[in-house]
Design a protein around this ligand. Structure first.
Ligand SMILES: NC(=O)c1ccc[n+]([C@@H]2O[C@H](COP(=O)([O-])OP(=O)(O)OC[C@H]3O[C@@H](n4cnc5c(N)ncnc54)[C@H](O)[C@@H]3O)[C@@H](O)[C@H]2O)c1
Length: 242
């Protein structure tokens, strides 16, 4: 019996990186997992994780696709207890080089996608309560330079998390945000090697975080051990933003 036995968890952006580590940990803790992503690599992960994991190809910015994800979770596993809004895209451009189309691309995945996800799970969670974990970023603790659209979207998630926590408390749905520092994934690798070297030197722990470390925090926030925590934000960054 694991912490999440009998529960159903939806993880977006689960084909790789932090989302894949989260799906793995929830499965290890006894959950049924609906892993979603644009990338079909998610299907291989689901095969590896076995019958408690179902992969659905899903664009988080598509409202109709959210209805399909929730409906499939209910048909296959009968309930939805946890949503991890993890899918995200990076933008490495400063304000003066950010075209409206770039701003909108990032907004649609990071911000609209998280909104649609939270909205889609209210009904299936409302009966017995639930937990939502939104993936903001340490980049939303200051005006991090050179990634304007990304920073805007991740700051928005902080406000959305707090507002949703208040709005959904009546359904016993908890909503919290994680603010990862620099985590060793394909997204971080989009930065230049020189930048990555500089970033590592700024981290008191002297290294990037791992997806497995992020998954531990997400699982804690999603679990009953965190039953009185809502509207909160957790930096997880080896001291980078301390
Ligand atoms: N890696 C870091 O340093 C870091 C730091 C802070 C926050 N984050 C955030 O953590 C989350 C996970 O990122 P990661 O580091 O694992 O990077 P990643 O690029 O490996 O994973 C992101 C996943 O999201 C998926 N995705 C992108 N657009 C999507 C869409 N429209 N619909 C569904 N899935 C979509 C991608 O296919 C990918 O599998 C993101 O929200 C990211 O912004 C990352």
């Amino acid at each position: 019996m694991g912490t999440f036995s009998g529960k159903t968890v939806i993880v977006t952006g689960a084909a790789r990186g932090q989302g894949a580590a989260e799906a793995r940990l929830f499965i290890a803790e006894g959950a049924n997992v609906v892993a979603t992503d644009l990338l079909e690599e998610g299907a291989a992960l689901a095969r590896e994780l076995g019958p408690a994991c179902e992969f659905i190809e899903h664009d988080v910015s598509d409202e109709a696709a959210w209805a399909r994800v929730v409906s499939r979770a209910m048909t296959r596993f009968g309930r939805v207890d946890v949503l991890v809004n993890n899918a995200g895209v990076l933008s490495t451009l400063p304000l003066d080089a950010t075209e409206p189309a770039e701003f909108e691309r990032v907004y649609r995945v990071n911000q609209l996608g998280t909104f649609l996800g939270m909205r889609a799970v209210i009904e299936p969670m409302a009966e017995r309560g639930g937990a939502i974990v939104n993936t903001s970023s340490g980049a939303a603790l200051s005006g991090t330079p050179g990634m304007f659209a990304y920073v805007a979207s991740k700051w928005a998630l902080r406000g959305m998390t707090k507002s949703a926590a208040r709005d959904l408390a009546k359904y016993k749905i908890r909503v919290n945000a994680i603010l990862p520092g620099i985590i060793d994934t394909a997204m971080a690798a989009q930065n230049s090697p020189e930048n990555l070297k500089q970033f590592a030197a700024m981290i008191p722990f002297g290294r990037f975080g791992t997806p497995a470390e992020i998954a531990q925090l997400v699982a804690f926030l999603a679990s009953d051990a965190a039953q009185y925590i809502t509207g909160a934000e957790f930096a997880i960054d080896g001291g980078l933003n301390a």
